[in-house]
Write a protein of this length. Structure first.
Lengths: 186, 379
């Protein structure tokens, strides 16, 4: 008979996170949208988010664009900032998740908005899809959606960024509004 | 209490590897007896919470830390240092959520300052940043095993390091007693001579700094500046923190020339500022319209070390021709900063309201009256 040894498991059992109830989506074009943008301060993040908002405005009525720039990409919004943005926005896009900490925190920003009843999504680069998916599970939103552009973004020209924004607009509408496409947590 | 599993004796190490519970090196099996001895050396209860990362919904108890400290190979008398290091790393100012995740691949650098370091056999001399000392190697390793096993800091989980650096396995050393009247880091930070502190900072790997031919203080420090302000370091021009490890010859040369440790920090912060052209000449574009403000100051320069307060100056290493080291912070200081905690000894009474803890006015707490004298005595 094989001798055995009792040892402590070094990875504690983690309690399930509080699930994120994804906000209800309104019909696109129902009323002019107030778009919220959370710029995490990564190079070209603000530029790409603003271009994406412009592309959205070319497709659906937009009432306003409200931009919040974070002082550090490595921290999510605090509750007061999320409250203020939620009050000023009908939909929110966060980004740019093009690194480990910033993609996790931009995802968290989007989920903070969802928890406040505002449809949101996070703009990331393709390298970080698996990373963001893992964090989504940890944060109570397994399978949460994201907008994906090719990595890297920081080196791209304004013309290239415009192309990336155009390429992401259909997915943005699908994820932020009810356009007949499945959205949110699957 | 953490879960117990029963494993075949001849397979226990393989099981730990296969389950992804190690850093790639063998571990000491965390038996209930070994873990209990580790917890007992802390003077804390097993279920006491050391700290957590609220953004991950995770925290670590004393017992969970002890499990990983046993695995790392710690002796029980190291454990108070491990707990202080974890307390510092889980301070929001350190921002473990970012430091344990960033593509930058930060090590969790642990610097121990004070009398306990020598008492538990830590190395501040020859090979302080190298191998061969159990306390240095296993205290740093215990912190990283907790990061991995409790907070998910592993590739394929929540660590997105691109390359990492060897210090991610363990990077821990003790400060050598500096030449008087220079003071230990802990004392400069306002702690008592009898206190031992742990300073934790998320860093890249160490760069060796060589100047074997000069005792001129400015010349020596300009050699450091050449390393500190290297454009290839991510945070040059963006205001970071860094650790300057002065070897004995260079510490002595600076000290004998009348420089204080503060003078050294101030010189390095001032002289490591860079002109944008230095970055551009190295092919590094300036960040524009980003959270890293790279607008030069009135003097046309950008900070590399955010300020003199952001330079951690310590002495360590063995005698030789004149070797020192520099460890850059992994990111600009706005994202993560060094945190210092005093080591609480197991026989110390609680609560610990020293300069490393919050002040709590206990008179504002209402204590429920015991139901009976017997119940009260049992508390």
């Amino acid at each position: 008979m094989t001798a055995t040894i009792r040892v402590h498991r070094p990875t504690p059992v983690v309690p399930d996170p509080i699930p994120v109830d994804v906000a209800a989506r309104g019909a696109a074009g129902e009323r002019p949208l107030r778009i919220g943008l959370v710029d995490n301060g990564k190079p070209k993040a603000r530029e790409l988010l603003v271009l994406l908002a412009e592309e959205l405005a070319a497709r659906v009525p937009v009432a306003s664009t409200h931009l919040v720039s974070k002082p550090s990409a490595a921290s999510p919004l605090d509750d007061a900032e999320a409250d203020a943005l939620a009050a000023a926005s009908d939909v929110v896009v966060t980004g740019l998740g093009d690194c480990g900490a910033c993609s996790a925190c931009s995802l968290q920003d989007a989920l903070l908005l969802e928890r406040r009843g505002v449809p949101a999504t996070v703009l990331i680069t393709d390298v970080f899809v698996a990373h963001v998916n893992r964090f989504a599970g940890v944060l109570g939103a397994p399978g949460y959606h994201h907008l994906v552009v090719p990595h890297p973004v920081a080196t791209k020209t304004p013309e290239h960024l415009r192309m990336l924004a155009r390429g992401a607009v259909d997915a943005s509408l699908a994820q932020l509004t009810a356009v007949g496409v499945e959205v949110g947590v699957r | 209490m953490s879960e117990l599993v029963e494993l075949p004796v001849d397979r226990v190490l393989e099981e730990f590897f296969e389950r992804g519970w190690t850093d790639g090196l063998p571990v000491v099996p965390p038996t209930p007896e070994a873990v209990a001895a580790m917890v007992a050396a802390s003077g804390s209860a097993p279920d006491d919470v050391v700290g957590g990362i609220p953004r991950r919904g995770r925290s670590v108890t004393v017992e969970e830390a002890a499990v990983n400290a046993v695995m790392a190979g710690c002796r029980p008398d190291y454990f108070p240092v491990v707990l202080a290091a974890l307390g510092a790393a889980l301070d929001p100012v350190f921002n473990a959520h970012a430091a344990f995740t960033s593509t930058g691949g930060a090590a969790t650098c642990v610097i121990v300052s004070g009398p306990l370091a020598a008492e538990i056999g830590m190395n501040a001399g020859a090979n302080a940043l190298g191998g061969g000392n159990r306390a240095n190697a296993t205290i740093g390793r215990a912190v990283r095993l907790v990061a991995r096993n409790v907070f998910g800091a592993a590739s394929g989980d929540m660590d997105a390091s691109s390359l990492g650096n060897p210090g991610k396995v363990s990077l821990c050393f003790a400060e050598a007693e500096p030449p008087a009247p220079w003071q230990r880091l802990a004392v400069r930070q306002g702690f008592a001579e009898t206190d031992t502190t742990v300073t934790v900072i998320a860093t890249e790997g160490p760069r060796q700094v060589a100047n074997h031919l000069s005792e001129d203080p400015e010349g020596l420090l300009r050699t450091f500046v050449a390393t500190i302000a290297t454009p290839a370091i991510f945070s040059v021009g963006k205001g970071q923190q860094g650790v300057v490890v002065l070897g004995p010859e260079q510490a002595l040369a600076l000290h004998q020339a009348g420089w204080s440790q503060r003078d050294v920090a101030a010189f390095l912060a001032r002289e490591s500022r860079v002109h944008p052209d230095q970055l551009l000449a190295a092919g590094v574009p300036l960040e524009v319209d980003s959270a890293h403000d790279m607008t030069p100051g009135p003097d046309g320069l950008l900070p590399t070390l955010a300020s003199a307060d952001d330079v951690v100056v310590v002495t360590a290493g063995g005698g030789g021709p004149g070797w020192s080291a520099y460890l850059p912070g992994f990111a600009p200081a706005q994202h993560s900063r060094a945190v210092t905690r005093r080591v609480r000894l197991p026989d110390e009474a609680l609560p610990d309201c020293g300069p490393d803890a919050c002040e709590v006015d206990l008179s504002t707490f209402r204590r429920p009256a015991p139901a009976s004298p017997a119940a009260g005595a049992a508390r």
